[in-house]
Write a protein that binds this ligand. Structure first.
Ligand code: ATP
Length: 264
């Protein structure tokens, strides 16, 4: 069973420690939301998990120390959709999505029938088939976000890590994006998504990890974690929280931040 495990993970950038002693084991079949205010360390955490940032502590993928896996092995096991990726080359959307197959190709091999099928599946799932011949640098922000999601889906890796996959998406595409991530998890994958929309996180995630000031301050099912007290302490907001297992959260006002200590 696919899993990603972090033990006492820490990241220091310049003189600042931006991830502090995070430990968590994430398992297949779950959609895990990484939440927390701006600057809390969410992107740094996922980048450290992937080995894209120097860090302290240990990470294992499927029980194997990540440091002992080659870049290719990691790229085949974990698809990564970075935050706010810019596109510099005027390639077609179809060719951009096809780049998702690179981890599966040898140095001299070309896209084959299986790769072609994976690209078509990914484009259909992210609903970007109609954009196939468009130039990627000429897309709107939301179109670009869906194309980049399609590229990550085209990897067909057992783990998908998506950093703010809903940014720039209209409400219908936000819901569609979450449905897609949910379906990946329901099909047995592990999906880790950095999210800012608390209601969508509560509705779709099985588990949420809440970061504040670099530390993991809460971890559990959304209904247990996303309480008015936590929202006040971590985000500095009052909110109405209604409903049961899949609460609806409506931010109302700002309140002074009180902070929350990591669980002992
Ligand atoms: N190169 C760097 N040197 C020093 N500090 C950095 C560097 N890069 C990022 N940081 C700081 O690290 C902290 C965590 O950044 P990170 O991007 O992980 O936060 P985040 O929770 O993903 O935020 P957001 O929701 O705004 O995307 C921030 O305070 C940021 O300013």
């Amino acid at each position: 069973m696919v899993s990603v495990s972090a033990s006492d993970l820490s990241v220091t950038l310049g003189r600042r420690t931006v991830v502090r002693g995070v430990s968590a084991t994430l398992k297949a079949g779950a959609l895990v939301g990484i939440l927390g205010p701006n600057g809390a360390g969410k992107s740094s955490l996922v980048r450290a998990l992937l080995g894209l940032l120097p860090h302290g502590g240990a990470v294992s993928i499927d029980g194997v120390p990540r440091a002992s896996l080659s870049r290719g092995e990691i790229a085949r096991r974990v698809a990564y959709l970075p935050q706010g990726q810019l596109l510099h080359w005027p390639v077609s959307v179809e060719r951009l999505v096809a780049l998702g197959r690179l981890p599966h190709l040898g140095p001299f091999s070309r896209i084959g029938a299986a790769d072609r099928a994976a690209i078509d599946r990914a484009m259909a799932r992210a609903e970007v088939g109609a954009l196939a011949d468009r130039v990627a640098t000429e897309l709107s922000g939301g179109e670009r976000a869906r194309v980049l999601l399609a590229r990550a889906l085209a990897v067909e890796a057992p783990v998908l890590v998506a950093d703010e996959p809903l940014a720039s998406l209209d409400p219908a595409h936000q819901i569609e994006g979450m449905e897609l991530l949910r379906a990946e998890a329901d099909a047995g994958g592990l999906v880790v998504a950095v999210l800012h929309d608390l209601t969508l996180a509560a509705r779709f995630c099985d588990r949420v990890l809440v970061m504040a000031d670099g530390a993991l301050v809460a971890d559990g099912p959304p209904a247990a974690v996303l309480t008015p007290a936590l929202l006040a302490e971590v985000y500095g907001i009052t909110a109405t929280v209604t409903g049961g297992e899949r609460p609806l959260l409506v931010p109302l006002d700002r309140v002074p931040l009180t902070g929350r200590s990591p669980p002992a």
